[in-house]
Design a binder for this molecule. Structure first.
Ligand code: ADP
Length: 406
């Protein structure tokens, strides 16, 4: 079965093609073909890599998102990165959709009703849901009649108990959909399943804290394969400190700024989403590599940014462990989680009281996916490479098996 995966963001669109035979592989395979569009003002950079390592790079003027997507997909069946004879060879297209609201707790076949629901949820995810929907509509036009599946970033957290998902605001908020949804669910679920495989254990027997630390950062508490708590909430702004996002702050600060500075909703949004986090505190960058390098050269604001990041990370890992009532393994994933030995070392050192002990040599030269804890650690520490696209392809395959070819 040939499965095309579209991960449509506001600034990028990743596209990959996987082929899954009768039995999916236990370990994630590399995609057979990959494409990336980066939107840059009136231009777009298109990069594709096809069979035998052939790579193409092009910069085009944007007349419409569809035209650029058409050009990218054309490289799948024409030219040097050609992999398939034509668009009809694609069996299913899977999409990452950020917000599935309260309706979707599982991947679902795209129908007009589903599209309507995704559109309604755009009010909660105005930067993300419209691009996901646009991706679905572009595929409808380019590959007309192909089956499409939506895989939601919120769905994995639909198992949160009410005590974790309802805010302690007025009870009327619940009816208005103002509650904790949680995000990064596709990768948290993937990491939990992968951790069970790496540990050689049944997922049902495990208590895991998955730490997705990328540009956006969130944790999930996963017990028996189900999310029971997470750090992001109504929006992806809650919880940990992030590259440019504040994470949780006292809501009293917002009312103070509204009264004193007469800020508009857009200005507050901009402060909290773009001018805060590592970038806001350090004044240097949102990129952890640059924060660590400036900290090592003695920059005090970079050190403060790093210290806040670690303080919040360890205190929220503690909170996830409390929600689980113990922990068998910590899983580090995404750009910072996979690559920053400094962040892993600092966080794990604060958690030694839980019996968390890193192997320093493994931490500085980690395997792609694997265990970096010392042999006497009571809690396993794993690195799992984020792999949303493969998780989406698997979800499409699973749906096709259970419901027949969608
Ligand atoms: P996204 O959340 O957009 O998918 P990623 O998961 O790719 O982002 O994470 C991007 C972040 O990962 C960068 O902003 C940077 O802070 C961090 N990162 C990437 N490589 C390294 C590295 N070698 N050391 C420390 N941090 C890194």
């Amino acid at each position: 079965m040939k499965i095309l995966v579209l991960n449509s963001g506001s600034a990028t669109q990743k596209t990959s093609l996987y082929e899954i035979a009768a039995v999916p592989p236990a370990d994630p395979p590399a995609p057979l073909w990959e494409g990336l569009i980066e939107w840059q003002g009136s231009c777009a950079d298109i990069r594709t890599s096809g069979p035998a390592g052939v790579r193409l790079r092009d910069r085009v003027q944007i007349s419409s998102r569809k035209q650029v997507s058409e050009q990218l997909l054309g490289d799948l069946w024409t030219g040097p990165t050609r992999l398939i004879p034509g668009p009809e060879a694609i069996d299913i297209v899977g999409h990452r959709i950020v917000h599935g609201g309260e309706e979707f707790s599982e991947p679902a076949v795209v129908t007009p009703a589903l599209k309507g629901a995704v559109e309604r949820m755009s009010v909660f995810a105005p930067l993300h849901n419209p691009s996901g929907l646009e991706g679905i509509e572009i595929i409808e036009q380019i590959l007309s009649g192909v089956s499409q599946v939506a895989v939601f970033d919120t769905a994995f957290h639909r198992t949160l108990p009410e005590a974790a998902s309802v805010y302690a605001g007025p009870f009327e908020w619940v009816a208005r959909g103002i509650r904790r949804y949680g995000f990064h669910g596709i990768n948290h679920q993937y990491c939990a399943e992968r951790a069970a495989r790496l540990l050689g254990r049944d997922l049902q027997s495990l208590k895991l804290v998955t730490c997705h630390l990328g540009n956006g950062c969130s944790l999930a508490a996963v017990r028996e394969g189900r999310s029971v708590d997470t750090t992001m909430g109504f929006t992806p702004l809650e919880g940990l400190m992030m590259g440019t996002r504040s994470g949780s702050v006292d809501p009293g600060i917002l009312t103070h700024l509204l009264r004193e500075d007469h800020l508009s909703a857009e200005q507050l949004d901009d402060l909290l989403n773009k001018k805060s986090g590592l970038a806001g505190i350090s004044g240097i960058s949102n990129d952890m590599r640059q924060i660590v390098s400036a900290m090592k050269s003695g920059n005090p604001r970079a050190k403060l940014a790093f210290d806040i990041f670690i303080h919040r990370l360890t205190s929220l890992i503690g909170s996830m462990v409390a929600a689980l009532g113990g922990v068998d393994a910590l899983v580090f994933t995404a750009g910072i989680g996979e690559n920053s030995a400094e962040v892993r070392a600092a966080a794990c050192s604060n958690l030694e009281f839980l019996g968390v002990r890193l192997d320093p040599a493994k931490n500085s030269r980690p395997p792609r996916d694997g265990d970096i804890s010392s042999s006497d650690s009571r809690v396993r520490i794993l690195i799992v490479r984020a792999n949303e696209d493969w998780a989406i392809a698997r979800a499409c395959w699973d749906l096709a098996q259970t419901k027949g070819h969608p």
